[in-house]
Structure formats: C-alpha cells, structure tokens
Design a protein around this ligand. Structure first.
Ligand SMILES: Cc1ncc(COP(=O)(O)O)c(C=O)c1O
Length: 322
C-alpha cells in the first residue's frame, strides 16, 4: 500500500527564520495512496486482515472532509473490496478536497445532512443488515477494535524506519512533534522498547474523543496484540491542548500563518486540520523559547493534503503579519 521508506527531510530555511533548532520533517504525507498520509501504513495490516477474514465489503462512517474516508477508499480499491462510505455533515457540500477524491475513487457515497448524522451509526448498521440479507459479508469499520489501534501498529514500523534514518544522520537530542494520536504512540512504543531518549510533544486538534479514550486507554490492547515488554503512558508525551482554537475543522489564524510559513520556507505543505496545527504549535514553542537550540526537532507530517483545497478561500486570503 505505502511507498516506504518515507523521506526524512531537512527544513533549514524554517529553522533559520525562527532562529531555532535544527528541524527535519518525516514525510508521511509521501506514502502514496491517493495523496498520502499516515493511514497508508495502517492498511498494510488492516486490509489483509479484512480480506483474510472473508469480508467482501467495507462500510465506513466518517465526516465529509475525512482523510480516513479517502484513504480507506483507495486501500479498498487496491484490495478489491467494495467500499460504502457513510459521510456525516456531507449533504449539499461542494464536491472538492477529500470528498472529490472519494468520488473519483468510486466510493459508494451516502451523504448525510446534519440531522441524519446524529444517527449515522444506525444508518450504517441498517446498510450492513441489508447487505447481509443479500448474501454479502460487510465489515463495518466502527464495530471493530483493530481499526482503532492499527495506527499504533503501523507506526511501530515507521519508528523503526525513523530510527535508521536518525542513526544514519547521527542526530542527537531528538524531539518529535506530531498530532497527539496513534502515530505518535507507535513511535513511543519503539522508543520505550529500545530504550531511546527521544522526546515527544503531541498537539491536540480536537477534544472529541478525549485523549484517554482515543489513545492512552488502548495500552493494554496494544500490549496484548504486539506482546511488547513496554507500552506507553500519558507521561511519555507532553500534550499541548491550547492550539485547538474554536474546535476541530475551524482553522485559526496561527494555523494559516504556519501553513504559509512552512510552504514559503521549505516547500512543505501542511493541512488546516492536523499538521498545520502541529506546525503552529512548533513555531509557537520555538518562539517562546521552549525548544532548546541543542534539540533536533522531527516534525511528523501525517498527511491530509486534500483539505488544503477545502480551505482554499481562507488560505488564499491570508496575508503575512507585518
Ligand atoms: C492528516 C492526519 N494527521 C493525523 C491524524 C491522526 O491520526 P493518528 O491518531 O492515527 O495519529 C489524522 C487522523 O485522521 C489525519 O488525518
């Protein structure tokens, strides 16, 4: 599924502009699979699992601008599985960004309005029942545990790959910035089990679900699945929640600034929902003097590129602070 290894690339011009530490970016946005992103690593495990269990159809419930929705469509196509996408808050939306790519990929779209979205789970369960009556074997993603933790499994691989790259460059005092999520936890698993001194800063982009439920409460599931001596705790990650702004999907002026700055300096395009927020946090933390000059920052770019086009007007209207 994924083009690997993904590059570890220097961002010298951003670093110089900030007068800050050395900054590199781990390019998980370059995995391929319909514009790339962290989920390509998930499907290396998830799609064979679904197919080998004898399922022939994937049903997924996501929000209209979801990266997961898009990348699952791509992975289902490559695996030869039928893909039914129940999209929340999607009726009457402009068909562009991730939604356009879903369409190009031939996802069978059920575009729910705000009212219908409240009962999206029931809607999808009904679809599943109908398909079963017709003799199909549908896999409703949200009913299973594996898709919720596979992101950590996929990023154990990413962590091992990153370790090789870090060692080849002889980097010291590694400080990884990423979305407070499963990908970062996968890297933490590698660091803890190999006794590495990497530091982790996780940036929250939403409060729903709470972080405990989303990642930390799954440490025993991961322990069971991977049979590792060490997993992760909340203490392994410094979490910043102050960059969420008005809420998930509402771009703050700081995120717009960060997107422009990373693009203008080292030609790295971040997205408005996830990686742009992490970039805004990184820039702010460096400006505030909270990242030492002796540290080597690795910015984990987890993808999300099509969302840039969903925010075209706001991003195009942006002007540099004087
Ligand atoms: C671009 C992007 N980055 C990061 C994440 C967070 O994913 P995870 O919790 O698997 O790290 C997502 C999740 O949807 C995403 O789309």
């Amino acid at each position: 599924m994924a083009h690997l290894p993904t590059p570890l690339e220097e961002m010298p011009r951003l670093s110089a502009e900030l007068g800050g530490p050395r900054i590199l970016v781990k390019r998980e946005d370059m995995t391929g699979l319909a514009y790339g992103g962290n989920k390509a690593r998930h499907y290396e495990f998830e799609m064979p699992h679904i197919r080998d269990e004898g399922y022939d159809t994937v049903i997924n419930i996501m929000d209209y601008h979801s990266n997961n929705a898009r990348m699952t469509a791509a992975a289902a196509n490559k695996t030869g599985l039928r893909y039914i996408l129940v999209l929340k808050n999607a009726a009457h939306r402009k068909i562009q960004g991730n939604l356009l790519v879903d369409k190009l990929l031939g996802a069978e779209l059920h575009l729910l309005d705000e009212f219908q979205s409240e009962t999206a789970d029931d809607y999808a369960a009904n679809l599943k029942e109908e398909l079963e009556k017709e003799g199909a074997k549908p896999y409703l993603v949200q009913e299973h545990l594996f898709p919720r933790i596979v992101g950590m499994v996929g990023f154990v691989d990413a962590g091992l790959e990153l370790l090789e790259q870090i060692e080849a460059l002889g980097l010291q005092n590694v400080h990884i910035f990423g979305v407070a999520g499963r990908s970062l936890c996968g890297l933490i698993l590698v660091a803890r089990n190999l006794g590495l001194d990497w530091k982790f800063t996780g940036v929250q982009v939403t409060f729903d679900p709470p972080l405990g439920e989303y990642i930390f409460d799954h440490d025993s599931d991961i322990r069971e699945l991977l049979d590792l001596p060490a997993t992760f705790t909340q203490d392994d990650m410094t979490v910043h929640s102050q960059y969420v702004g008005e809420g998930y999907g509402i771009m703050t002026p700081e995120v717009a600034e960060a997107i422009h700055m990373a693009a203008r300096t080292d030609a790295i395009i971040c997205d408005p929902n996830y990686t742009g927020t992490v970039m805004a946090a990184l820039i702010d933390q460096v400006r505030e003097g909270n990242v030492g000059k002796d540290e080597t920052v690795v910015f984990l770019h987890t993808g999300g590129l099509p969302a840039v086009f969903t925010f075209a007007e706001q991003l195009a209207d942006y002007s540099e602070p004087q």
